[in-house]
Design a protein around this ligand. Structure first.
Ligand SMILES: C[S@@+](CC[C@H](N)C(=O)[O-])C[C@H]1O[C@@H](n2cnc3c(N)ncnc32)[C@H](O)[C@@H]1O
Length: 226
């Protein structure tokens, strides 16, 4: 964003009250233009601008779109989709404060009980699956990559069962995990892209897999056999 250089940097007034790492975190938050914009617009997290950018480019969310928001807390993606009159079901391990027009399920997306609750809430199928889920970082690149791959696989499984033909998926990954998942996604979606929106922090290893236009399930099986 161009306005980042023109702002005055904010410094902590009483830095001694914070540990070194929380000082760094606070200073970064206070000087982050996406944090400031999210606050000004009433969004609960700066990550809303990642979804906004991708939605602006690819037109994912329209009035009436049925959205499953996986790993939704604190809720900025659900807020954004609900503001665009989508019908949203949000899931997270953590509680999410109510959002008008959003059905909230508290639970582990990987558990059968949560998947059953989600399936019941979305009814006859989902048009868009969003996953901003992240397993907590172990600091070991290979382990983190494998855990991201596993979560991504579970999201694609969910899509196989619940995403309507023509529907789309957006999955957060860590770099390195996209290669394996891209293969599977290409069997399910007519177009697959790997994206890094502007709001992704420059020191972050995250990237997003976007699958557009779900193939009919039978065609997906044939693509797997190729
Ligand atoms: C980066 S945050 C999501 C931010 C959200 N998109 C927003 O804009 O407010 C990732 C979330 O994924 C959730 N999460 C991670 N693993 C999960 C799982 N297995 N089931 C449900 N939620 C999970 C975490 O609890 C965390 O709240």
């Amino acid at each position: 964003m161009s306005d980042s250089n023109s702002r005055t940097r904010v410094r902590l007034r009483d830095a001694r009250a914070h540990s070194a790492s929380s000082q760094r975190w606070l200073t970064r938050q206070l000087n982050d233009p996406f944090v400031q914009r999210a606050k000004a617009l009433g969004y609960r997290a700066r990550s809303v601008f990642k979804l906004e950018e991708i939605d602006r480019r690819f037109g994912l969310i329209r009035p009436g779109t049925v959205v499953a928001d996986l790993g939704a807390a604190p809720g900025s993606w659900s807020q954004y989709a609900a503001n665009k009159q989508a019908r949203v079901v949000a899931v997270d391990l953590q509680p999410i404060a109510p959002i008008a027009g959003v059905t909230i399920i508290e639970g582990d997306f990987l558990s059968e009980a949560t998947e059953a609750a989600l399936a019941a809430a979305v009814g006859s199928g989902v048009d868009l699956v969003l996953s901003d889920m992240a397993a907590s970082s172990t600091g070991r690149r290979l382990v983190d990559r494998l855990r991201a791959e596993q979560l991504g696989e579970a999201v694609l499984e969910f899509c196989a069962a619940h995403l309507n033909e023509g529907g789309s998926v957006l999955i957060k990954l860590v770099r390195g995990a996209e290669a394996t998942l891209q293969q599977r996604a290409k069997t399910m979606f007519r177009s697959v892209r790997i994206l890094r929106p502007d709001a992704t922090r420059s020191d972050s290893s995250e990237c997003f897999l976007l699958g557009l236009d779900r193939r009919p399930p039978a065609a997906a099986e044939e693509a797997t056999d190729e």
